[in-house]
Design a protein around this ligand. Structure first.
Ligand code: ADP
Ligand code: MG
Length: 582
């Protein structure tokens, strides 16, 4: 295992990055750092997935090489967006914590140029810049890049995507011929190759991992819904993850604004980031997001490009990007620095092809999951609430003075009632909202996807030899399940009561519990037979094979007359199916 000191990093920087928690170099750093420190002035193209530590790969050696005995600008870093420009500067400043003499100055548009000019006058060894503002400053002769040693083009592909090609060329012409050029990118489209061949000399190409591949520890998940139900699905996904901290990607500024506004109106902690906002507004949003006072940032690709926000749990593609490469960038915003994350796509059937293309590009398969149902969400939220309550720290000194009065007031409630009431105070909103919430899933065949089973994936289906003739009803069937298993916690799905027998679904985890507890049991003096039925169309097949009880009628006729009580998982889905085929 290589260490940072073995790459030639000096003591003062080692101390700073140790405090940042960098224990060992990431692969791109291991390759790039010695090259830059080694002073052999080779141009470098660094290709690595997002979140693999490219900033430190060029940032650490540049800080080390800065000559603080002179004032002039030695290094220039270009980045596509204002946010990224600020972030790189911040990162570099933290690496240079014990090298206070190194002056790092970000310059970017949308904010007062005068302040930046004042800062630049004090001397800037390292400038991080967005192309437009830098050109402005060059024209005003407030920046001199004619003697820089190295130019870094960070997120080069995005800069070109954003139409900065002309600006980049203008800037590069202001720099000395014998400078070094370092180009970093997650992808390598043609346009980048063109710039590289035009402006770089014999670049060393360092490519980490599979090019264009998604970060390894991102799980890719797809929910298929009707296009018009995208927003509802988004809410389900968010509600299903009480601790969500993520970015919701939209395609246009308008959509971004729209989704954020709707989320806000419905009480979610969300805000939007897009190009129509002033710099001050954007800064404010980013600050709130980093401090986690916003848990959902609704953003366009351009606004969120390259942003490194720690510990994002989710990336949600509210709409898929037009270019598959952009998906890589989006999903790369989560699972950074070895952590896990989920990249979620809310899609409709028309987008199946696009998803296949993305799968090819990232060389990974999507898991197709059913959109969480109201009941699943309620359960998740409820337990989240309970967990929080269990873990909350109680500050005795502060609440002691109120407690005796409160105890007295609540004296009449026993423990169980008390718990019920406390939980309900918080929880009724969810219960109400999801009381009659429809199933948003659409019938969808994803043959070659690695889904378990799109419908009722968490449920096992059972056959039981009791039906309407036994006066079985959904309620007493649930009663039996509760009695025999001695718990009320087992989630029950579809129940289909037919004349002489029935089918029902139970959370897969409880398959064995159920089979065991129903063994040798009787119902109204009849021995109960409980068997696992195969999924989905099983009821039909099962009926054909049904032979165990000779004195009963052929069951397939029962089907037509059979009352089918449905609740939970599949009811709405079947409804959708009907609606579709009509
Ligand atoms: P990239 O530019 O490749 O997308 P970043 O440079 O933004 O990625 O780094 C991603 C995250 O990894 C940042 O939070 C950074 O602080 C962290 N990081 C970088 N290098 C290391 C390291 N050697 N050990 C641990 N974390 C690191
Ligand atoms: Mg980066």
């Amino acid at each position: 295992m290589t260490r940072f000191d073995e790459l030639g990093i000096e003591e003062k920087i080692l101390k700073a990055i140790d405090e940042l928690g960098f224990k060992k170099p990431m692969p791109v750093q291991e390759k790039v750092i010695p090259q830059i420190i080694g002073n052999d002035n080779r141009d470098i193209i660094g290709l690595a997935q997002t979140g693999t530590g490219k900033t430190a790969a060029f940032g650490l050696p540049l800080i080390q090489k800065t000559n603080t005995s002179i004032k002039r600008t030695q290094f220039l870093i270009l980045a596509p967006t204002r946010e990224l420009c600020i972030q790189i500067a911040d990162d570099l400043i933290s690496y240079a914590k014990y090298k206070e003499d190194v002056r790092i100055t970000p310059v970017f548009g949308g904010t007062s140029i005068d302040r930046q000019i004042i800062l630049l006058k004090k001397g800037a060894h390292i400038i991080t810049a967005t192309p437009g503002r830098l050109i402005d400053l060059i024209n005003r002769r407030k920046v001199d890049i004619s003697k820089v040693n190295t130019v870094v083009l960070d997120e080069a592909d995005e800069m070109l995507n954003m139409g900065f090609r002309q600006d980049i060329e203008t800037i590069l012409k202001e720099t000395p011929r014998d400078k070094n050029t370092l180009l970093f990118s997650a992808t390598m489209p043609k346009e980048v190759r063109v710039i590289a061949s035009k402006y770089m000399k014999d670049p060393l190409e360092i490519s980490i991992g599979k090019q264009n591949a998604g970060a390894d520890n991102v799980e890719h998940i797809c929910y298929m819904v009707n296009a018009k139900e995208r927003f509802l699905a988004l809410k389900r996904v968010v509600d299903f993850h009480p601790d969500i901290y993520g970015i919701v990607f939209c395609r246009t500024r308008r959509e971004t604004q729209d989704v954020a506004e709707k989320l806000l109106k419905e009480g979610y902690n969300a805000d939007s980031l897009h190009g129509d906002l002033s710099q001050m507004q954007r800064d404010a949003v980013m600050k709130k997001f980093r401090m986690k006072s916003i848990s959902l940032l609704v953003a366009t690709d351009v606004a969120a490009r390259g942003l490194d926000v720690d510990n994002l749990t989710h990336i949600i593609n509210f709409n898929l990007p037009d270019e598959t490469e952009i998906y890589t960038h989006r999903s790369g915003r989560t699972a950074r620095a070895g952590k896990n994350g989920e990249s979620i796509v809310i899609a409709n059937l028309k987008e199946k092809f696009k998803i296949k293309q993305i799968e090819k590009q990232i060389d990974k398969k999507f898991s197709y999951l059913p959109v969480p149902l109201g009941r699943d969400i309620c359960k998740k939220q409820l337990f989240h609430l309970i967990d929080r309550m269990e873990k909350v720290t109680v500050d005795d000194t502060k609440i002691d003075s109120f407690l005796s009065e409160i105890f007295k007031k609540l004296e009449w409630l026993d423990r169980e009632e008390l718990i019920k009431k406390f939980v309900s105070v918080e929880f009724n909103r969810f219960l109400d909202y999801y009381k009659n919430a429809p199933d948003l899933n659409i019938p969808f065949d994803s043959k070659d996807s690695n889904k378990a089973s799109f419908t009722s994936s968490n449920y096992a289906r059972f056959f039981i030899n009791l039906g309407k003739t036994d006066e079985l009803q959904p309620t007493n069937l649930i009663g039996l399940i509760n009695d025999f298993t001695k718990t009320k916690d087992i989630p029950v799905g579809d129940i289909e009561i037919l004349k002489n027998f029935s089918f029902f679904e139970v959370d897969k985890e409880y398959t064995k519990v159920l089979l065991d507890s129903f063994k040798d049991k009787e119902y109204k003096k009849r021995k109960i037979i409980l068997e696992i039925a195969s999924q989905k169309e099983s009821s039909g097949r099962r009926r054909d094979n049904f032979r165990s009880d000779g004195d009963r009628k052929r069951p397939d006729r029962d089907r037509k007359r059979g009352h089918s009580f449905k609740h939970g998982r599949r009811s709405e889905r079947s409804f959708n199916k009907k609606r579709k085929t009509r």
